[in-house]
Design a protein around this ligand. Structure first.
Ligand SMILES: [Zn+2]
Length: 104
C-alpha cells in the first residue's frame, strides 16, 4: 500500500488556507451596505464577484475533504472508473484527482 502522508499534509495545509480565505470572504459579505446609492451598486457588484469565488472555494474545500477521507479509508489513489492505481506523479500534481490519466 502506498503512503500518502505527505500528500495528506499538503491537502490539510491547502484546506486550512482555503478555510481562512472563505472566512474572510464571508466577513466581507456580511458588512452593511453603504448608504450612498452609487457606493451600494459597487458594493453589490463586489459581493456578486465574491459569491462566485466563494462557490469555487467551497467546491475545492469539498474536494479536498473527500480526498482526505479517501486517504483515511484507503481508497485514495485508486481510479474511480477503472480501479487502477493513479500514478504518484499525477497525484502530486493534482492531489484531488479521482481518476487515472487514461480515464480523466
Ligand atoms: Zn482509470
Amino acid at each position: 500500500m502506498s503512503d500518502y502522508k505527505d500528500i495528506a499534509e499538503k491537502l490539510r495545509a491547502r484546506l486550512d488556507d482555503l478555510l481562512q480565505r472563505a472566512e474572510v470572504i464571508e466577513d466581507d459579505l456580511r458588512h452593511p451596505l453603504d448608504a450612498d446609492w452609487e457606493e451600494q451598486a459597487v458594493d453589490l457588484a463586489d459581493d456578486e464577484a465574491l459569491e462566485g469565488v466563494d462557490t469555487v472555494l467551497r467546491d475545492e474545500i469539498h474536494q479536498i475533504r473527500l480526498a482526505l477521507l479517501r486517504i483515511e479509508n484507503g481508497t485514495y489513489g485508486t481510479c474511480a472508473i477503472c480501479g487502477e492505481e493513479i500514478s504518484r506523479e499525477r497525484l502530486e500534481a493534482r492531489p484531488i484527482a479521482t481518476r487515472c490519466i487514461n480515464c480523466a
